[in-house]
Structure formats: structure tokens, C-alpha cells
Write a protein that binds this ligand. Structure first.
Ligand SMILES: [Zn+2]
Length: 163
């Protein structure tokens, strides 16, 4: 079994949509940066690549590559999952935390969980999505940024790959 961890942060800006786990969140701001800025999916991709020993999101989807500009992060997640499968691993479970001062995300969590389960070709009970605020502390707590953390466990279904 292999464990992986991912973290990401994006600035919040007015002229972008707020997308988390491929789900659009009602908010007067969104995430800046690479692709559609889906900070949760970026953290998950880094955790998957980390666990499989495949580098990081920047290795495979460099921001300098015009192909990935404003692309849907859900597409990147599906490609990342395929690379993980090709490397001989399958997902056991995923645990995530989103850190955002406002709006409250609790009503969106079931939809995010269901969407991630579909993208990761697994059942929603293997996907955990939690949301916290940063108690008004630092840039994230002041509402200028959003962060996401992800931990994944992978295993190798093929006994010839067991070590
Ligand atoms: Zn990112």
C-alpha cells in the first residue's frame, strides 16, 4: 500500500468562478490560476501522484502548456487516475479538507463527494470531503485565498507487484 498527501492554495479573485471537486459554488469570487483553479482537485491530483511516485501536478500538467489553460480540472483528474492505474495502483480511499472562510460549504459536500466518486470510479463512501474556516487568521482566513488538503491510500491489485 502507498499513502500520498497533497496541498494547494489559490488566490480568490472576482472575475472567476468558484469550482470545488468539479461542482460550481455560489460565491461572488472564484479561484485564480492554472486551469479552472479547482484547488480541491489539484490537491487530490498531487496526493495521487505522490502516492504512486509519479511526481506532481506541475510535472504532468505544466501551467506553461497552453493546452491546460482554463481547462477543466476534472479532465486532469481523470488523466491522473489513468496514470495511477497504468502504474499498477488502485484507490483505496481519499480524505480531503477544504479551508475557506466563506461561504459555508456544508450543503455542497454531498454533491462534491458524489462527483469525485464518479470521476475516481469508486463509491462515495470511500471519499471524504470536509470543510473548515481559518478563524479569520492569515490570507485564507481574511478571505483572500482558498486551500485544500488531500490524503489518499493506494494499493496494488496485481499480486506480482506486491513487495
Ligand atoms: Zn492549483
Amino acid at each position: 500500500m502507498k499513502i500520498g498527501f497533497g496541498w494547494d492554495l489559490h488566490q480568490l479573485v472576482t472575475e472567476r468562478a468558484l469550482v470545488l471537486g468539479g461542482i460550481k459554488i455560489e460565491a461572488p469570487f472564484g479561484e485564480s490560476g492554472h486551469s479552472d483553479g479547482d484547488v480541491l482537485i489539484h490537491a487530490i491530483i498531487d496526493a495521487l501522484f505522490g502516492a504512486a511516485g509519479l511526481g506532481d501536478i506541475g510535472t504532468h500538467f505544466p501551467p506553461s502548456e497552453p493546452k491546460w489553460k482554463d481547462s477543466a480540472s476534472t479532465t486532469l483528474l481523470s488523466e491522473a487516475l489513468e496514470m495511477v492505474h497504468t502504474a499498477g495502483y488502485q484507490l483505496v480511499n481519499l480524505d480531503t479538507t477544504i479551508v475557506l472562510q466563506q461561504p459555508k460549504l456544508s450543503s455542497y459536500i454531498p454533491a462534491i463527494q458524489a462527483n469525485l466518486a464518479e470521476l475516481l470510479i469508486t463509491s462515495p463512501d470511500t471519499i471524504s470531503v470536509k470543510a473548515k474556516t481559518k478563524e479569520q487568521v492569515d490570507a485564507t482566513g481574511e478571505g483572500r485565498a482558498i486551500e485544500a488538503y488531500a490524503a489518499v491510500l493506494l494499493d496494488t491489485p496485481d499480486p506480482s507487484l506486491w513487495v
